[in-house]
Structures are given as structure tokens and as C-alpha cells.
Design a protein around this ligand. Structure first.
Ligand code: ANZ
Ligand code: ZN
Length: 819
């Protein structure tokens, strides 16, 4: 009996594929259009975890499938290898981040190869390699030249424990996304990307990403998350006059203008100083200092006790002419809208709380249609205007339009929109990242490093203590550099770039990964882009997936790419869990991919991962189920050896009771299976149902009485064919045993013959006195007498012998013997 020796088979085929370079991306052309399959590249943390195995296996099935469907497949991999963990490891183990990182990359590369993920390894990139990050620097300089990168002093989120600035996206509910400690605020000179310049296009671009009949698109839920993140608000800006000049507010409710009883400006507002009267200076300054320590999250928390200080000055309402006091309060943020508001306590809850606390007038201007006003809170609902002069009686919507136009006529405001999206703060006070290629000269000021001096590489003689600002700030020798203009000693920027920059354009670098003159050749990128199918976690909905869309649009505007969006379709895979919760070292519920591969082989591991759940859903690890998959592959192995093995293996056992099927029926099931597997993979990533269909076909072959003949051989070869994207080693091994020369990679995907999918048999029911006794498959051409005869025969076979009084016959449906 031939044993399924997966160890031998898997290493044998991995060698053959590598030698033959079967995974190298071929040049796309009209006959073989491009299919760019990309799975989010991993951070080299040390070892692959099951989440990785799942992602990369999903990607690999698509890549292998599309190759056989005749597409030119680009399936690259690389390493998102800059970042904090390397630096933390360096602090802990006194190694340097580079050594740690490269060692991890080597381990994980081996693991991916053991899983037979069919990458074009010639295109491998690592973002921590100067060959890659020099282009981060180059792109940064181009963006600086276009005004898309700029420096300003800004209050930033500061994590005391990671000793670094965090992007807004890295602060979750006021805490550091990585270490969970409370985040505070700090003022620093920072570099920003002007992503807000693309806010509108990042929203309208969504129409290209929606699911349509011909395009899989992005999950609605990801688009919704991005919508919220970009946060477009429609309203108006209104100018209030003060004796210190104009004060502009943004409001989504211009209709409530007659109810504005005070104004609030943010503590950081540039006009605060001039608007504060000398008598109020002390109190306002104290308040401003206190606000500095608070994070955005704390300031905007619901139900937080309102605080604030009167500035001493008043502003004039442009429509009513009345004067309202100007306050400073931290619930108004400096970087949203204009950083100042008209406060309408009757109709805005925050303003209501503030007015109640400080005894400010509350003037109702909207009346709900049912007349019911909530007590003790603001009324934020629909209704008609009251107490609003000429606007009284209008609906909210009509009043908004009319007031905006009137304000515009008075030159005191206009309809306006604003976005929640903030510019992208990219400076990091960290070592293990791309050095920001800027130089500060005491004579010439700030300027970019000369292009021909790129890359600015990281210095290697750096100490990792984990305290202080950037480790680079103490690399004095590195910091000192000649000024690009006057050649006197100047100083380098010591901050590095947010690693999200690395991952914002890597998909384009893969199209031309060895280019030493440019980030990539536009012609090559346009051959492949946009990425046909992107696969990754939905946790990236708002950071990576917005940043890379922004970069893509910048690259387009620089002439590097033609399409508007980088990723045509997005599949967000679910988590891998054990015992109901996500696998994690701290919970101690980790299944090590190495163990699984060592025990069952890569094919079993892959097949299990794909079979256990649809890709978008959570996958609960089950040892029992993986055993089942292992037995299934062994069953396929034995079945194939009926045809290709030695004589004694051909003696095949089957239990007597099983219902046998005809040759015609087996052929029908073969084509039905091809149809189902193809449709499931193509239409909705239904890998689990595709595998279930293959399992059913294997069962069917076992039900065929003439196992060993041509029909059953073709059926078994089809099983091997259909298994190839999922279990590629076994598939190629058996394919070879069936006498075929080539790897299945080069064999076109089988086509279902729809004619053969239709059954020529019909099923009829045999009853005795109306009770079901048997079901028969018969040809629809049989005459009534022949059908009745067959039905009676089946009853006799079952041991029922009697003389019926009457026989009821319904053509194509039933024969009922009444006695
Ligand atoms: C007057 C008003 C009356 C408002 C009313 C609301 C209700 P969204 O929808 O989130 O865009 N606002 C404006 N700028 C602000 C800032 N920098 N910090 C805090 N709040 C600010 O919210 C827009 C509304 O939030 C604006 O409309 C403004 O209050 C407030 F019955 O103006 B509203
Ligand atoms: Zn200079």
C-alpha cells in the first residue's frame, strides 16, 4: 500500500517549482491579461502566526487559480520591516534592530516557502533596506516641493511609555494603540502630509470601489468606516464682528443663528490673545495652560463637565445685530472647522450644558412639530423656526439655504463644508524608520538633501536606551552634515518617517522592484495596476487603506500611475481563533504553524484553513477538523492509486449497503463539481464550499461500481485538477503519477460541460398505499408499463410481495400501489 508521504512530496515539488520558476510573473498581454494579487505584507515579528497563514493561503489559491485560468499573475511578497518592535527588541536584548529584523525575515521567508505560497520571489522587497527607503525619501522631497509635505509646530499625541508621538489613528480612546497607556499632549515641530487636500477625492473615489455586477469592489463596511473617518460636514461659515476684527465660525446649523447666545473659541485659537481683555488675561492664560495637558479624546468625551472662561469681549451676530459674549472652552477643538463656534444652547447639547453651568441665556428657535420639547436638555431634532425674525415659519432645510444666501449677500458668510480628516503627521521620534531627508542650516534655513545624496542611511553606531527623544538625536556625527547650499556644517533632521509611508506605495514598487533610478517605471506600473485583488485585515480600513489611496493619487498627479485607485477589489479576511478568542501569546492559545506543517504537511494545513470557514468570517481552530482533512487527503491518495498503484491496491473495498451510481451519473457529477468549484472561487471566494464540492465528488467516485475504468479515472483526475490550488503538492504528485508531464500550473483550468451537467435521469417515488417505499432513477423515455414494472421489481427486491388492487401512476413523479 502506497503511503502518503507528504514530507517527501512537498519538498520534492517545492524544489521543482523553484527550479522551473513557475511563479515568476509573466509579461501580461491581450491573451493573458494581468491579474495582480496582493496580500498585505507582514511585519517581520519573528514567526508566522496562523493569521498570516490564513491570509497568504487565501491569496495563494486565487493566484494559482488565476494562473490556470490564463491570467498573467503578479503575486509578490515583501516585508514591512521598519517599526517599533525591532527597536524595543534592541533595547531589551542589546542587539541592533537591523540584525533582529533580518533574522526574522529569514525565518518567515522559510515558513512561507514551506507553505508553498507561490510568490515571485525575485520581486521581494524589504522596506528597511536602503534600496527601498531611499524612494520614501525621494517621494518625500517631491511632496515637499509640491507643498504636500510641510513642517509646523503642533500639539501632538505623546505616549510617555513608547516615548513617541502618535498619529491620531494610533490613539484609541485616549490610549496608545500599542501599549495602552494614557496619551498626553505635547508641542513639537512636526512634519505633515497635506492629505486634507485630497479629502474630497478620497470620498468621491469610493464610487469606483463599490461592488457592481462586474466588479467585486470593497466591502461596504470599509467604505463606511472611511466615510466616517474623512467625515464631511455640510453647513456654513459665519463671520461675527468684534472690536478686534472678524471671528469666523463653522456651523452645520446656520438655521439656528437667532438662537446663538454666546460664542466659544478653542484654547489654541490664534485670535484668543487679541480677543482677551486685559482684566481677563490671567484667568484665560491659566485655562489655556491647563487645556494643553488634555488629549483630544478627553476634551470631546460625552457628559464631561464643561469648563471655560469668559474672554471679556463680545461679538455681533450678523443677522440679528445682537452682541454675544465670547468664551474660551476646551470642548471646542482648534483643528476642526475654524476652531470657533456660535453656541446655540437650546439646540446643541454641549452648548446647553455649558450655558446651564455658566448661566447663559437659552433661546429656543426651533419648534418640534408635535410641540414636545425635551426637558433639561437641548432639542436637536427637526421642526419649524420660531423667534427668528423673517425666517420664522421656515423648515430647518429652507432656513439653512435662505440664511446662507443672505449671509453671502451681506458678505458675512457662505455655505461651506468641512472635514474631520486631519493632515497626516508623519514625524516619529524613533530610530528604526526612514530618516526624513531634510537639513537645517543656521544660515540658509531648511532644505531637502540633494537627490544625488540619497539615500540618507541610518547610522549604525547608536545606543538604544529606550529613554529620551529620538535615538538619532544623540548620533552627533551623523547629524552634522554640510549644508547642501553653503557647505558649512548644518544639522540633519533627526526624526524618522511613520512606517505607514513605507506601506503606502509598496504595491507599485513590486511592479519594478530593482529600479535604481526611480521608485518604479511608470510603464511597468501601468501594466499591472490597479491591484486586481487586495487581501488583508479590516483593521486597516482607516489607516493603511486611506494613506495608500492618498499616495496613489499623489503618484498619479506626479505622472507615475494612470489609474485613480490602487486597489480595485478588497477582501478582508476574518480572525483565527482558538477557544473563541483571537490567538495570542498572552492568552496562551496559539497554534504554531510549524507544528501543524510538521505533523500533517502544508497541503493539509492549507486545505483545513480554507475549508473551516468562509474567508471573511472568523475561523475557529479545530484539531478534530484538521484530522478530518488529513483523512480526506489520504482517501484521495488511495483512490488515485486504484489507477496508478500496484495490483494489490486495485482490490478495492466498498460496503454493500451503499447506493451505487451509473457512469452517466458520475460524469454528470464531475461536471457539476467543476462548475461549482469554479463559480465558488470566482464569484465570492467560496473556498470552503468549493472544497466541500470536491469532497462530494470523491464520495461519488467511491459509489461507482466500475472503479478502475475510464470514467472513474477521468473523475479522479478531475479531483486532482480541482484540488491543485488548495493542495498543490499532492495534486502535482498525483497528476504526474497519472502520466502527465507538466505541473498543473501549466494546465488550463478544466471547463464544465453544461450539457453533461443536466441529468438525463429523472427520479420517481415508489409508494405503497401512499407511503414512501423507494426512489428510482429512470430514463424519462420509459413507457408507463415499463415504469410500473420497474417499480414493482424494486418492491420485490425489498421483500415486499403482494398483489395491488390498483396502481396510481403520475408521469415523471410517482407510482403508488394501492392494496
Ligand atoms: C451651531 C450649532 C447649533 C451647531 C446646533 C450644532 C447644533 P459636525 O456635525 O461634527 O461637523 N463645531 C464646529 N466646530 C467645532 C470645533 N472646532 N470644536 C467643537 N465643535 C465644533 O459638527 C458641527 C457642529 O459642531 C457645528 O455646528 C458646531 O456647532 C460644532 F443646534 O454650530 B454647530
Ligand atoms: Zn547653509
Amino acid at each position: 500500500m502506497s503511503i502518503y508521504n507528504f514530507k517527501e512530496i512537498e519538498s520534492k515539488w517545492q524544489q521543482i517549482w523553484a527550479d522551473r520558476q513557475v511563479d515568476t510573473a509573466p509579461q501580461p498581454n491581450a491573451d493573458h491579461p494581468p491579474y495582480y494579487l496582493l496580500v498585505m505584507f507582514p511585519y517581520p515579528s519573528g514567526n508566522l502566526h496562523m493569521g498570516h497563514v490564513r491570509n497568504y493561503t487565501i491569496g495563494d489559491v486565487l493566484a494559482r487559480f488565476q494562473r490556470r485560468k490564463g491570467r498573467s499573475v503578479l503575486h509578490p511578497i515583501g516585508w514591512d520591516s521598519f517599526g517599533l518592535p525591532a527597536e524595543n527588541a534592541a533595547i531589551k536584548h542589546k542587539t541592533d534592530p537591523a540584525t533582529w529584523t533580518w533574522k526574522n525575515i529569514e525565518t518567515m521567508r522559510k515558513q512561507l516557502k514551506a507553505l508553498a505560497i507561490s510568490y515571485d520571489w525575485d520581486r521581494e522587497v524589504a522596506t528597511c533596506h536602503p534600496d527601498y527607503y531611499r524612494w520614501n525619501q525621494w517621494l518625500f522631497i517631491k511632496m515637499y516641493e509640491k507643498g504636500l509635505a510641510y513642517r509646523k509646530k503642533a500639539p501632538v499625541n505623546w505616549c510617555d511609555s513608547c516615548v513617541t508621538v502618535l498619529a491620531n489613528e494610533q490613539v484609541h480612546e485616549g490610549r496608545c494603540w500599542r501599549c495602552d497607556s494614557l496619551v498626553s499632549q505635547k508641542e513639537l515641530e512636526q512634519w505633515f502630509f497635506r492629505i486634507t487636500q485630497y479629502a474630497e477625492e478620497l470620498l468621491t473615489g469610493h464610487t469606483q470601489l463599490k461592488k457592481t455586477a462586474t466588479q467585486k469592489g470593497w466591502p461596504d463596511q470599509v467604505l463606511t468606516m472611511q466615510n466616517h473617518w474623512i467625515g464631511k460636514s455640510w453647513g456654513a461659515h459665519v463671520d461675527f464682528e468684534t472690536d478686534q476684527g472678524n471671528l469666523r465660525v463653522f456651523t452645520t446649523r446656520p438655521d439656528t443663528l437667532f438662537g446663538a447666545t454666546f460664542m466659544v473659541i478653542a484654547p489654541e485659537h490664534p485670535q484668543l490673545e487679541s480677543l482677551t481683555t486685559p482684566e481677563n488675561k490671567g484667568a484665560v492664560e491659566d485655562y489655556r495652560q491647563k487645556a494643553k495637558t488634555l488629549t483630544r479624546f478627553m476634551r470631546t468625551a460625552e457628559n464631561r463637565e464643561k469648563t471655560g472662561v469668559f474672554t471679556g469681549r463680545y461679538a455681533k451676530n450678523p443677522l440679528t445685530g445682537s452682541l454675544v459674549p465670547i468664551w474660551v472652552a476646551d470642548y471646542v477643538l482648534t483643528d476642526y472647522g475654524t476652531g470657533a463656534i456660535m453656541a446655540v444652547p437650546a439646540h446643541d447639547q454641549r452648548d446647553y450644558e455649558f450655558a446651564t453651568k455658566f448661566n447663559i441665556d437659552i433661546n429656543q428657535v426651533i419648534a418640534p412639530s408635535d410641540g414636545k420639547l425635551p426637558s433639561g436638555q437641548a432639542y436637536e431634532g427637526e421642526g419649524l423656526l420660531i423667534n427668528s425674525g423673517p425666517y420664522t415659519g421656515l423648515t430647518i432645510q429652507d432656513a439653512q439655504k435662505k440664511m446662507s444666501t443672505d449671509l453671502e449677500k451681506l458678505n458675512r458668510g457662505a455655505a461651506a463644508v468641512t472635514y474631520k480628516l486631519r493632515d497626516w503627521l508623519l514625524s516619529r521620534q524613533r530610530y528604526w524608520g526612514t530618516p526624513i531627508p531634510m537639513v537645517y542650516c543656521s544660515k540658509c534655513g531648511m532644505m531637502p538633501v540633494n537627490e544625488n545624496e540619497l539615500p540618507v542611511t541610518l547610522p549604525t553606531q547608536v545606543e538604544f536606551t529606550g529613554i529620551g527623544a529620538s535615538p538619532l538625536a544623540s548620533a552627533e556625527e551623523w547629524i552634522q552634515t554640510p549644508c547642501p547650499k553653503c557647505h558649512q556644517i548644518a544639522r540633519r533632521e533627526t526624526d524618522t518617517m511613520d512606517t505607514f509611508i513605507d506601506s503606502s506605495w509598496y504595491y507599485a514598487r513590486y511592479t519594478d522592484p530593482h529600479n535604481e533610478k526611480k521608485p518604479f517605471e511608470p510603464e511597468k506600473a501601468n501594466q499591472w495596476l490597479p491591484v486586481t485583488q487586495y487581501v488583508g485585515g479590516s483593521e486597516h480600513a482607516c489607516m493603511h487603506l486611506i494613506y495608500s489611496r492618498f499616495f496613489h493619487k499623489v503618484l498619479r498627479d506626479m505622472g507615475f500611475v494612470k489609474c485613480d485607485e490602487p486597489f480595485q477589489s478588497l477582501l478582508t479576511q476574518g480572525m483565527v481563533t482558538l477557544g473563541g478568542s483571537a490567538m495570542s501569546k498572552s492568552k496562551g492559545n496559539v497554534v504554531d504553524p510549524n507544528d501543524v506543517i510538521g505533523r500533517y504537511g502544508a497541503d493539509t494545513c492549507r486545505l483545513f484553513i480554507l475549508f473551516a470557514a468562509p474567508p471573511t468570517q472568523q475561523l475557529e481552530w479545530s484539531d478534530k477538523q484538521i484530522e478530518g482533512i488529513w483523512r480526506f487527503l489520504n482517501r484521495v491518495w488511495r483512490l488515485a492509486h486504484v489507477f496508478v498503484g500496484s495490483d494489490d491496491e486495485k482490490a478495492f473495498k466498498r460496503t454493500e449497503s451503499e447506493e451505487l451510481i451509473s457512469a452517466e451519473e458520475l460524469i454528470r457529477r464531475v461536471h457539476l463539481c467543476i462548475h461549482r468549484v469554479t463559480r465558488d472561487i470566482e464569484d465570492d471566494f467560496g473556498f470552503n464550499t468549493a472544497i466541500a464540492a470536491i469532497m462530494e465528488l470523491v464520495n461519488s467516485i467511491y459509489l461507482y461500481p466500475h472503479l478502475g475504468d475510464a470514467v472513474s479515472k477521468e473523475a479522479t483526475e478531475t479531483v486532482v485538477q480541482l484540488l491543485s490550488p488548495f493542495a498543490p503538492h499532492m495534486a502535482d504528485e498525483l497528476w504526474g503519477k497519472f502520466g502527465h508531464q507538466d505541473s498543473l500550473t501549466f494546465v488550463p483550468w478544466p471547463k464544465a460541460n453544461t450539457q453533461k451537467m443536466i441529468s438525463s435521469q429523472i427520479e420517481i417515488v415508489v409508494q405503497v398505499n401512499g407511503k414512501l417505499r423507494d426512489k428510482l432513477s429512470i430514463s424519462p423515455n420509459l413507457k408507463e408499463e415499463e415504469v410500473k414494472e420497474k417499480a414493482l421489481e424494486s418492491l420485490l427486491k425489498k421483500g415486499t410481495s403482494f398483489a395491488p388492487k390498483r396502481v396510481i401512476y403520475v408521469p415523471n413523479k410517482l407510482v403508488n400501489f394501492v392494496g
